[in-house]
Design a binder for this molecule. Structure first.
Ligand code: NAI
Length: 334
């Protein structure tokens, strides 16, 4: 019996994500929360003939906590998305407050749940979640994930496109570390499996273009949607896939190595990564091994080349202030 909750379920990501979770046979109860239209979306999905029972909740009468009650996993695409010309950081003011409120509701209603944060800027909203959960005395660093999985999905698609054809994307596995915005996104092309041919990796122009496309892939979508939002469908797929990985490891006995933006601070087991990157950052997208309790192990970044070392240094520089912003955020009084 697995109860999953989507917060922000009526939105551009929330609706297709909820649909994909409704199709997931591991989920028996699907609870949808939003400030608008959650009941309509839940009613619609409830007619699909799969086992998950779907219920929608709106804010009145403590709707958030009712939706979250005893959840096993909570996925959060709540908040405002980017418009052309905006950075993810521009969203902080609004989304940090939404994230702090939802974190408090999770602390009250389902403190042991896995928490998957999609709301941007992920580099700052994950620290907002952690700080709120710490204050409530229920922070478990093994269960809090910033979802950077779309960067990994994009890396595979764009690398395959350059090497052969986008049709080969499913064959590619390319770790992406750092953070989830622009220069903090560091694709480790040298660790690609299958290998990216040397004529691309050692050609500065071709390699820089591929790295840039992975780092700024989100902008392609924002521009193409021309004011109608940012990535929603690809994000929903990436979010559903990452949810599946966490659930498989927790309930399906299938541990696996993935990357996510997680806590590297005290007692997290992240000391080794901090040494590798030579910086004291308390949050980073890293290789993690998932198991029944969430993050079983934070794994090393491993062997990287000079170009990747330069990218990592730039990522760390930009990440520091974004993390600090999230850590020091004080929500407005209710
Ligand atoms: P959207 O505006 O279409 O949907 C957001 C939903 O959140 C809306 O239905 C809204 O009513 C709801 N909402 C607002 N305040 C809420 C609250 N207090 N409690 C519950 N729900 C609330 O936006 P979209 O496109 O779905 O994006 C959602 C977030 O995901 C944005 O912050 C966006 O930047 C982020 N995102 C993250 C990505 C990632 O890779 N992690 C990729 C793409 C987007």
């Amino acid at each position: 019996m697995v109860k999953a909750v989507v917060c922000g379920a009526a939105g551009g990501i929330g609706q297709p994500l909820s649909l994909l979770l409704k199709l997931n046979p591991l989920i028996t109860e699907l609870s949808l929360y939003d400030v608008v239209n959650a009941i309509g979306v839940a009613t619609d999905l409830s007619h699909i003939a799969t086992p998950a029972q779907v219920t929608g909740y709106l804010p009145p009468d403590n709707g958030a906590e009712k939706a979250l009650k005893d959840a096993d996993i909570v996925v959060i695409p709540a908040g405002v998305p980017r418009k052309p010309g905006m950075t993810r950081d521009d969203l902080f003011k609004v989304n940090a407050g939404i994230c702090a409120t939802l974190a408090q509701a999770i602390a009250n209603a389902c403190p042991k749940a896995f928490i998957l944060v999609i709301s941007n800027p992920v580099n700052s909203t994950v620290p907002v979640f952690a700080e709120t959960l710490k204050k409530a005395g229920v922070f478990d660093p093994k269960k809090l994930f910033g979802v950077s999985h779309l960067d990994i999905v994009r890396a595979a698609t764009f690398a395959a496109t350059v090497v052969s054809s986008p049709a080969d994307a499913p064959k590619y596995s390319i770790p992406v570390v750092g953070g989830h915005s622009g220069a903090t996104i560091v694709p480790l092309l040298s660790q690609s499996n299958p290998k990216i041919p040397a004529e691309i990796l050692s050609n500065k122009e071709k390699r820089d273009a591929l790295v840039n496309r992975i780092q700024f892939g989100g902008d392609e979508v924002v521009k193409a949607k021309d004011g109608a939002g940012s990535a929603t469908l690809s994000m929903a797929q990436a979010g559903a896939e990452f949810t599946e990985f966490v659930l498989q490891a927790a309930y399906g006995k299938k541990s696996r190595t993935v990357q996510a933006y997680v806590f590297l601070g005290a007692d997290s087991g992240g000391e080794g990564v901090k040494k590798e990157i030579g910086a004291e950052v308390d949050y980073f997208s890293v290789n993690i091994e998932l198991g029944p309790a969430g993050i079983e192990k934070i794994l090393p970044i491993g062997t990287i080349d000079d170009q990747e070392r330069t990218l990592l240094a730039a990522a760390v520089k930009e990440l520091g202030p974004s993390i600090e912003k999230g850590v020091s955020f004080t929500p407005a009084p209710p």
